[in-house]
Design a binder for this molecule. Structure first.
Ligand code: ADP
Ligand code: MG
Length: 315
């Protein structure tokens, strides 16, 4: 179990990137969903032991990550959001270089270790190809190969599917799901589909605050009977936005299809009840907060920040 308590990060500025995060992450896939600037990468760098929080604690199976990052390093694999490669190296040489930098000990030889890892991420066919020839999905899989060296207890992956085409994304989903069978995989994303496809548990983060810790199933169930769908003329959209919580408005077969969250059932005429999607739940939670979820979990309150930190004191 990964446990995060009262985690605060204030950057010089000051920018409060995390405002007191509480989170318990069990084994398996866990999705951290939030828009750009929500604080996802900050949280992931802190978990990876690469950045110190302003205050708060992170423990992995009871071991304090903040106090002893070196003790958890070999239990942790991390794929950063912007992972750099040397384009002129082959995939295998790049991987070997990354593993040496990480200080990975290759008992049976580096070549053997690399080949095993490349096989694990389905890149054996491209071991001798230059990284510059790799597709986005292949690069991400190479990134995963370095992250899973040493069979880590927890894999932290920061927005790994951004920029992948649908086929590559699907392949990457399968790889992550496979890796989550015997470890924690902590995935951040702004793509709702990533979480809907992969994650039995999830949290939503916005402005450095946890909006909800829930499951896709629970989040969708909370919206039962509150979603309505209809078609409108394009010029009616603005009025609709003013009067209702629109969770989706998209062109579909040349018409504008609109989904509305109406907890009081107050939908426009000709709108039909519709089953809630995770996308609906995400947008409804972002707008209204966790109040719409069953009260099974205590509400998460932001912690008060010390005044000197808000004033831009030492971070
Ligand atoms: P996300 O990954 O969800 O997009 P980030 O953790 O990257 O969010 O950023 C959260 C907030 O912190 C943003 O307002 C961002 O501009 C700010 N931020 C991130 N890194 C730094 C930094 N090194 N210095 C100052 N502000 C930062
Ligand atoms: Mg980020």
């Amino acid at each position: 179990m990964l446990s995060i308590r009262d985690l605060v990060k204030v950057y010089p500025g000051p920018v409060t990137a995390l405002q007191g995060i509480q989170l318990d992450v069990p084994n398996g896939m866990f999705g951290l969903l939030g828009p750009n600037g929500a604080g996802k990468s900050t949280l992931m760098r802190i978990i990876a032991g690469l950045q110190e929080p302003t205050s708060g604690s992170v423990t992995l199976d009871g071991e304090d990550i903040i106090a002893n990052p070196e003790r958890v390093w070999d239990k942790l694999g991390y794929l950063p959001q912007d992972f750099g490669f040397y384009p002129h190296l082959t995939g295998r040489a790049m991987l070997a270089h990354l593993l040496r930098l990480k200080g990975v000990k290759a008992k049976g030889g580096m070549r053997r270790l690399c080949d095993g890892l490349l096989e694990r991420v389905n890149l054996t066919f491209a071991a001798k190809r230059k990284v510059r020839e790799y597709s986005g999905g292949m690069r991400q899989r190479l990134g995963i190969a370095q992250a899973i060296a040493g069979d880590p207890r927890i894999l932290v992956v920061d927005e790994p599917t951004a920029g992948l085409d649908p086929e590559e994304r699907l392949r990457f989903y399968h790889l992550l799901a496979d890796l989550a069978q015997n470890r924690i995989v902590f995935l951040s994303t702004h793509i709702v589909e990533d979480v809907a496809v992969l994650c039995p548990f999830m949290a939503i983060i916005r402005n450095g605050l946890l909006v909800a810790q829930t499951s896709p199933r629970e989040a969708r169930a909370a919206l039962e009977g509150t979603m309505f769908e209809g078609h409108v003329e394009h010029d009616a959209l603005e009025r609709l936005h003013a009067a209702h919580t629109v969770t989706q408005a998209m062109l579909f077969e040349g018409r504008t299809r609109v989904r509305i969250y109406a907890p009081d059932g107050d939908a426009p005429p000709a709108f039909q009840p519709s089953a809630a999607t995770l996308e609906d739940a995400y947008l409804a939670l972002m707008k209204t907060g966790a109040d719409i979820l069953p009260e099974s979990k205590p509400p998460i309150e932001p912690v008060a920040l010390p005044a000197e930190e808000l004033a831009g004191g030492p971070v």
